[in-house]
Design a protein around this ligand. Structure first.
Ligand SMILES: [Zn+2]
Length: 207
């Protein structure tokens, strides 16, 4: 965290422009034509003040490397990853910092197919065996989405993945420091879903 202030990097810093940039990067990735390599010259070029234009909250899953799937270079996006993109105070504080201090206009919550954290939550609810340690926090946070999706539904896993993204988006829109800029349309919080096989990111609720 080195920057001071800024409106975001590109195209006037609007949520719409930021989303277009992010999705354009995913299309470059999917088409096999990424333009951003992760080499030291890119690191050096971005070594001044940072002016990222989006923050992406995703899962820790090793198959979903966020800078790669959006074809983003150093300094372009802030990335937060937790199991099943579960929120806690550190995550929310980090997003509040990026939005409030760096002027980033876009927050994307990115779920993915076959998410192990959601699968583990389905298993925990079906067996009644709540895991120990801090793993319990992940299960507790994902459980409402699984219950809403319907524990007995054969498609509970994919349905709960989508519900959990939407619930996370909703929670962030209501965040104490995000609610006002979101209401004023200066910041957008959107949900997306990553397809492991194709590399495509689809918006859950396109505008
Ligand atoms: Zn996952």
């Amino acid at each position: 965290m080195g920057g001071t202030s800024g409106r975001g990097r590109q195209a006037g810093g609007t949520p719409r422009a930021a989303l277009a940039d992010l999705l354009a990067g995913n299309r470059r990735f999917v088409s096999g034509q990424p333009v951003h390599g992760h080499d030291v010259t890119a690191a050096a070029a971005a070594s001044g003040d940072q002016q990222p234009y989006a923050v992406v909250l995703g899962c820790i899953d090793s198959r979903v490397p966020l800078e790669a799937i959006f074809d983003q270079t150093f300094g372009a996006i802030c990335v937060i990853r937790t199991g099943g993109h579960v929120l806690d105070r550190a995550v929310c504080g980090s997003i509040e910092y990026v939005v409030g201090q760096l002027g980033v206009p876009l927050v994307m919550v990115l779920g993915h197919e076959r998410c192990g954290a959601v699968g583990a939550t389905v298993d925990a609810l079906r067996t009644g065996e709540r895991p120990g340690g801090s793993l319990a926090h992940l299960v507790d946070e994902i459980a409402p989405a699984v219950i809403e999706a319907g524990l007995d539904d054969p498609a509970v896993h994919p349905l709960a993945i989508r519900r959990h993204v939407r619930r996370t988006v909703h929670t962030l829109r209501e965040d104490e420091l995000l609610v006002e800029p979101v209401a004023a349309d200066r910041v957008a919080v959107v949900g997306g879903l990553y397809d492991l096989a194709t590399g495509e990111v689809a918006l859950l609720d396109p505008a």
